[in-house]
Design a protein around this ligand. Structure first.
Ligand code: GLN
Length: 389
């Protein structure tokens, strides 16, 4: 057999998505890969039904249907209090995943260094490899997931070209404070580099925490590349609709990469999603309320069972500390991955091993998500009850 590229030998498939496949195989309740088990808003579904007959069914404009980009520009202009040009400063991608990959291919030359907070969403590792960049990891230290700003400065001093900030942060649920973002922003300006943000959980932020858009901070718009997606906001993870918002020069590059990577996101789905972006502000309040209830309900259930966990400030993920189990003789020699596999088979609940998010040698966390109907959360909690020591 002719050899495959060296590139594909340097990373594995996604552990998050692998856990979904194993979960399905054993018919477990899947709390691993984060996606809701409830429907998108009815108005969006009604529009999708209409679009099925009225179209469009052919390619949209490569960079995103005009009306979708206009709707995105309207929403984000309001959020950051700056007029965004829908033609020049936005490109619609196939999910947040392409937005991030496309961004990395647009800004990185092989060998360029990029700062990444750890724990990190596992795609960033593969994004770096595929774009030839070298990730430099900066620890977010549990239990409060703080970081040392001096390490950020050191990274830039050593030549890093960008910093990736997942805010709110998958998997640890950290919501970066305005002060933290300002401190990072000052360094981004000082070293004349890029802040690349992944803000797909922007609307899943729990009181009293607030989401701050990096691009809204003084002078930061010109240095920020915002990656986002409609997946979580409208419960449409399978639609694969994402976008990048950045200054024109960056978007010019990203448009070219996107054009040859995927040509464009699905035209009928873009058309239907516009409805969601025109929802009033109360939609986002409702979403926050819904997820706050789910978070509180699920965490209270974990507490009743006696499972140790963090309290996410945002996202729909919670990290469980499984050290108390790993200390038991029957789990001697177990990795967190082995524990997750055991949990799928014996408990019937799927989680993601924390080691797929941490660069450091951390083996005592597993990630669960609570984007589930209350009845599903009840079933999952009843099964997790069997973990009670
Ligand atoms: N962000 C989600 C997670 O971490 C899944 C995203 C994906 O699989 N594309 O589970």
């Amino acid at each position: 057999m002719p050899q495959l590229s060296n590139r594909v030998k340097t990373f594995t498939d996604s552990v998050i998505r692998r856990m979904t496949r194993i979960s399905d195989e054993y018919n477990a309740i899947n709390l691993s890969q984060g996606f809701p088990d409830f429907d998108p808003p009815k108005e969006i579904l009604d529009k999708l039904a209409e679009v099925a007959y009225k179209g469009p069914h052919q390619y949209s404009v490569t960079f995103g249907a005009d009306n979708l980009r206009e709707a995105l520009a309207r929403k984000q202009s309001k959020a950051i209090n700056r007029q965004i040009d829908s033609q020049k400063e936005i490109v619609v991608t196939c999910g947040g995943t392409e937005a991030m990959m496309c961004t990395m291919m647009t800004i990185c030359n092989p060998g360029d260094k990029v700062l990444v907070f750890s724990p990190f969403y596992e795609n960033y590792g593969a994004d770096a490899i595929l774009s030839g960049a070298e990730p430099i990891y900066i620890p977010l230290v549990p239990p409060d997931y703080h970081f040392d700003i001096n390490l950020v400065e050191k990274g830039f001093k050593d030549g890093a070209k960008a910093i990736i900030i997942c805010n709110p942060s998958n998997p640890c649920g950290k919501v970066f404070t305005r002060e933290e973002l300002e401190a990072i922003g000052r360094l981004v300006l000082k070293y004349d580099v890029y802040a690349v943000t992944d803000e797909v959980y922007e609307h899943l932020v729990y009181e009293p925490y607030k989401h701050t858009y990096m691009s809204s901070l003084p002078d930061m718009y010109e240095h920020t590349i915002t990656c986002n997606s409609l997946s979580k906001t409208f419960s449409i993870t399978g639609w694969r609709l994402g976008y990048i918002i950045a200054p024109e020069e960056v978007i010019d590059g990203a448009k070219k990469v996107h054009d040859f990577l995927t040509v464009g996101a699905a035209a009928p789905l873009q058309e239907a999603a516009v409805i969601g972006l025109n929802f009033p502000e109360t939609y986002y309040d409702g979403l926050k309320k819904l997820y706050t209830e789910k978070r509180d309900y699920f965490l209270a259930g974990l507490d009743r069972i006696g499972l140790e966990h963090n309290i996410p400030q945002g996202t729909y993920f919670v990290l469980l500390d499984i050290q108390q189990f790993l200390n038991l003789p029957q789990f001697s020699g177990y990795t967190d991955l082995m524990f997750c596999e055991w949990m799928i088979k014996e408990i019937g609940v799927a989680a993601v091993p924390g080691s797929s998010f941490f660069k450091e040698d951390v083996n005592n966390f597993i990630r669960l998500h609570f984007a589930r109907e209350k009845s599903t959360l009840d079933k999952a909690l009843a099964r997790l009850e069997k973990l009670k020591l």
